[in-house]
Design a protein around this ligand. Structure first.
Ligand code: COA
Ligand code: NAP
Length: 267
């Protein structure tokens, strides 16, 4: 599954599983660019990608909430690349908070990063997507289909992301652009897991709620992103694909009830 010289931009790709996806494409010879808010993280991610063989890796500082900043990111990228073969859109924010306690600004912060930000990335990235053959991947979350306590902000935003996926797949299919969502399960060594299931003991409990009896690794996400971006998937668009060891079969709500109990005890 070679991606030699394919141009892959990962927005929100400076840490966690999104950086894992970037590294996965780098391992197959792709050219990489990553973007996020924190310039130190951007710099470190670029160095990591270069060390992994993506010698011309690029990095951009952007806050996806700001449409002008997103436009500027694409303008800067356009000085290096004339098109994008794979656009991974995975910038996100999360923290556990009960809806009754969550301030309007707290809800807005997550909705603006996850949903409005995904729109900005897709909308302003659209002109650069390769035609035919371009692929937009949204990084969704189980919260998009499974209502969870203390996650109203994330559930609402990620459900919107998946509907954006399906709508864009309809609108852009005629130009040969595919749009899909990947829905990670609980992925080890990530900020998201550390925020929602802090500590080894809690993460082991979560692993026991996964039918395949383990947490996901970033390689699982990278492999799914490559599979879905490969010619083997050229007739697949508008799909919301769980990459979760079967967690979507019921384990998500079980894991969340452990978490809610433990947060309630500690609160
Ligand atoms: N519980 C309740 N409310 C919270 C909160 C928490 N743990 N953390 C932040 N908020 C609220 C803040 O109080 C603020 O609302 P207010 O103005 O009414 O007080 C609002 O959210 C915005 O907070 P702020 O810190 O200014 O936002 P930010 O734009 O700097 O950061 C976040 C965005 C809050 C999402 C931050 O957690 C972040 O940057 N996350 C990125 C990394 C991440 O979440 N990774 C996991 C991905 S799954
Ligand atoms: P992470 O490392 O915190 O990744 C989030 C990325 O988004 C970072 O690169 C962050 O960098 C960037 N980002 C945040 N706010 C941004 C903004 N306003 N503008 C631009 N970039 C922004 O967390 P992760 O756990 O690996 O999560 C990655 C993705 O997977 C997210 O979409 C998340 O919803 C999804 N997911 C994760 C899990 C899991 O188990 N971890 C499960 C389901 C879904 P900066 O801080 O530099 O901006």
């Amino acid at each position: 599954m070679s991606f030699k010289d394919k141009q892959v931009l990962v927005v929100g790709g400076t840490s966690g599983l999104n950086l894992g996806i970037a590294l996965g494409f780098a391992a197959e010879g792709a050219k990489l660019a990553v973007a996020s808010r924190n310039p130190d993280k951007v710099g470190k991610a670029v160095e990591t990608l270069k060390a992994a063989g993506a010698e011309q890796a690029l990095g951009f500082q952007v806050d996806v909430r700001d449409p002008e900043a997103v436009q500027s990111m694409y303008q800067q990228l356009g000085e290096h690349w004339s098109s994008i073969d794979v656009l991974v859109s995975g910038a996100a924010g999360n923290f556990p908070a009960a809806a009754a306690d969550l301030s309007p600004n707290g809800f807005k912060a997550v909705a603006e990063i996850d949903l409005q930000g995904a729109f900005h990335v897709a909308h302003f990235g659209y002109p650069m997507l390769t035609r035919p053959g371009g692929h937009l991947i949204h990084i969704s979350a189980p919260q998009a289909y499974q209502p969870l306590p203390m996650q109203a902000h994330v559930c609402a935003a990620k459900a919107g992301v998946d509907m954006l996926t399906r709508t864009l797949a309809l609108e852009w299919g005629r130009e040969g652009i595919r749009v899909n969502s990947l829905v990670p399960g609980p992925i080890a060594n990530t900020e998201g897991m550390d925020r929602l299931a802090p500590g080894d003991a809690m993460q082991q409990k979560v692993a026991q709620t996964v039918p395949l009896c383990r947490l996901g690794q970033w390689e699982d996400m990278a492999n799914a992103a490559k599979l879905l971006s490969s010619p083997l998937a050229s007739y697949i668009t508008g799909v919301i694909l769980p990459v979760d060891g079967g967690w979507s079969l019921g384990g998500v709500s079980l894991a969340m009830s452990h978490l809610t109990q433990s947060l309630n005890k500690s609160g």
